[in-house]
Design a protein around this ligand. Sequence first.
Ligand code: URA
Length: 507
Amino acid sequence: MSYAVTLPERGLLNAWRDAARIAISHRIAPDQIDWKTAADADADADNSPTAGGLFATEALPSAPGPHQAQVPQAFIRLAGSVIWHSAPARLAALYQALWRLDLRQGEPLSQADPLGRRLNLMAKAVGRDIHKMHAFVRFREIPAGPDTAGRHRFAAWFEPEHNTLEPGSPFFAKRFADMDWMIATPRLTAQFIAGSLSFQPGGARPNLPGPDLSEDASESLWATYFANIFNPARVKLDAMRSEMPKKYWKNLPETRLIPDMLKDAESRVARMHAAAASTPRPGSAPVSTRYRATMPVAADLPDTLEAAQKAAQQCRRCGLCEAATQTVWGEGATDARLMLVGEQPGDQEDLEGRPFTGPAGQLLRSLMAEAGIAPSSVWLTNAVKHFKFVPRGKERLHQNPNRQEIGDCRWWLGLELAFIRPKLVVALGASAAFALTGKAAALEDRRGRIETGLHGGPVLITWHPAAILRQPDKAAAMDLRAALSTDLSLALSACADPSRPGNPQEY
Ligand code: URA
C-alpha cells in the first residue's frame, strides 16, 4: 500500500508531527509514504499532469494505530528546525529518522550517520537563514490606515532561502510588539496587527525600483505598495502578484485612501524618468546596478559582526583602499543602544586603525564625557572606513568622500547596524547623514532633528566635531559646540534604558 501525505504550508511543523505520529502508530514504512507540501503538490501538477496516476495511493488513516513510538527530545528539536528547510526531501528524511529511532537502527541523529549528517546540515542552514532574516529585514514605515487606531505601521519585503518566515516571526512580534507590521516573502506573508500574528499566502516580488539609497522615489513607491497590501481588512493577493507598479497603484481602490502620497509618488517617478532620459554622467551606473552593488546579497552576508569586520579588512569596493593604510572598523559595545557615525578616519585614525583618536575625535570624546556618554557603552564608527586624502609634501590632507564612495561603504555600515541594532544612531556631519538617510539636504535645516534612516531606525542629525575645529569665528564655533553638546545629551536620554536609571555608562 502507498500513502500520499500533502501538508499545508502554514502550521507545517504540527501538521507533519500529527501525520508522522499516525503513520508510525500503524507501522507504515518510510518507502510507503510520499510526503509533500501543498506547494510541492502544485509544482508537480504543473510539471507533470499525469503524476499520481501511476501508483494507487491512499490518505493516511485518520485514527492512530496500536503502536506507540518513543522519540528523544533531540529528535523533536531537530525536526523543529529541519521542517523549515526548502528541500522537499526533508519530510521523508525526518520520517526515515523517526522510523529508525523507533526500531533502534543505529544513530540516525548523529553526525557520523549519513542521514544524521544530512539532517544536521539542514538544521544549520535553517538556523543561519533565520538569523539573516532577523538581521536584515528592513522595515519601511507606511501611512496608518483608518482602522489602525493610531498604531504605527511598518512593512518589509524579504526573500529567505528557506521557509523561515513562520519560525522567524515570533522574534519580530516580541521586538516590535507595540506596532503593526508586515513581512512579505514569496511563499508567505506575516502580519502582526494589534498584537496578533497571522500568516497569509505570499506573492511575487513587485516590480518596484530597488531601495536605491539616493532615490526618495523608490522609498515612496515601496511605501505605497505596502500601504496597499498591508490592509488588515483585506489581503490584496492580486496586488502582491502585480508586475506593473504604475498600473497597479492606479487601479487599486485603496489608493484613494492615500491620494497625496500617490500624487507625490507619481511626480517623483516622472522626475526620475526625466532624469533617466538625459545622458548619464560618465562613470555613473544605473540605479539597479548601484543598488545591487551596495545591498547585501544573502549568500555573501557575514554571519557575525566579527566576520564582517574581518571581511572589511579586504574591502576593495572603491578605490580608497589603494592609498589608505588600513580599514578602520567601528569600536565599542556590540550591543550598544546608541551608535555614533562620523565621516571617515583621519590621518591619525588611519595610522592607528581606530576611529576618533585624532583632534576631532578628541573633541568628540570630551563632549561625550560632558554629556555622560562612555565611549565603551556606544558603537563609534564612520560612514567610510578608509581615509581619503591628497598628499601635500609630507602631509596628507583630508578630502570629503564622494557619494559613490559613501554608497559603496554603506555595505559595511549596514552590517554594523544589522548586528548591533542600536536604538538610535547619531549622524555626525553631512557625509554620515547622507550615508544613513540617503538624503543630501543641507545640515543647517536638519541639525537636532530625528529622521528615519535607510535601515528603518531613528537617526539624529548633528554637526561633525571637525566643523567646530574648522570654524574661524569663535562665537560661531561656540554655537556649534553647544548644539553638538545638546544633541549628544538628547541622544543619551532618547535611548537610555529606563530599567537602568542613573547609569548612563551601562545603558
Ligand atoms: N573624523 C571622523 O569622522 N571620524 C574619525 O574617525 C575621525 C575624524
